[in-house]
Design a binder for this molecule. Sequence first.
Ligand code: GUN
Length: 293
Amino acid sequence: MASIIDGKQTAAKVTEAVAEASAVLEREAGVKPGLAVVIVGNDPASHAYVNAKSRMAKQCGFTSIQHSLPEETTQAELEALVASLNDDPAIHGILVQLPLPRHLDSEPVIQSIRPDKDVDGLHVVNAGKLASGDLSSGLISCTPAGSMILVRSIHGADLSGLNAVVIGRSNLFGKPMGLLLLAANATVTMAHSRTKDLAAICRQADILVAAVGRPFMVKKDWVKPGATIIDVGINRIDAPEKGEGKSRLVGDVDFEACAEMAGAITPVPGGVGPMTIAMLMANTVIAAYRSAG
Ligand code: GUN
C-alpha cells in the first residue's frame, strides 16, 4: 500500500514559518504583510476557498482584506479595484479568485496586477521568469509550488532520471508544474485532453500529477508500481451513502485502487489543497519582505 502524503501537516509547518517571518518583519521593519483577495459573483465553492484564504492570512498575522463584488460587476470596475490595490502601500499581495463570471475577461485583469503583488504568479512577468529558469526573483503559482514541496518530501530536491507526467496544461497549474519539475531535472511529459493513449504515457511516470477536474479519471492500471501520485483535482460528487442530498470531495484519481499500486499518494481533501493556501501565505510574506527592501 502507498504511503499517504499528508498535505495538511506540511502546510501547517509552512504557515507556522510564515507567521514567524511575518512577526519578525513587523517587529524589525514595521511592515505588516497585507493580502487582498477579490471575488466576483456567488459561486459557493469559490467563496469557501476565498474565506479559507482570508482566514489563514489573519492566522499568519497579516492584514487580510476581502472584496466580494456582485455578479454584475463590470470589467472596468474590477480593473479599477485592482488599480487601487496596486497603489495601496498596505497591500503586498493581490489575488483575484478564478474563474470569473462569464461576462468578464480574466486575462486583462490578471495582467493589470502589479507583478510584485501578483501572489498567484500568473502575470506574464512572473510566468516568464519561471519559464526562463529564474525561480527566485519572481512569484511562483501557489498550487504548483505547493505540489513541488510534496514531491520533494518523497524524492528530495533532485529529480534526475525520474519521469514525470503532468495531466492538464492550464496557466494556473499544468504549465508551471511542468516547468518546476523540469527545473528539478525530471524528464517531463505534458499530457492533456488531446493526448493519445494517456494510460500508456501515465504508466511511464515515476511522478504522476493529475489536474483535469474529472473524478476518478486516473485508474489503477495507469499507475507504475511504486509511483508518486499528486492529485490536484477537487471535484464535488453526490454521496448518497452519507445521506439524502449529501456530497463529498474527490480528486481526479481513483484513490482507493491507485493506492494499492502507488508508492505514495496525496489524498483529497488533505493533500494539495492545504498546500495551495500555505504557498499563498508564503508568497505574500515574500512580497512584503521585498517591499521593505
Ligand atoms: N481558483 C482555483 N484555484 C485558484 C488559484 O490558485 N488562484 C486563483 N486566483 N483562483 C483559483
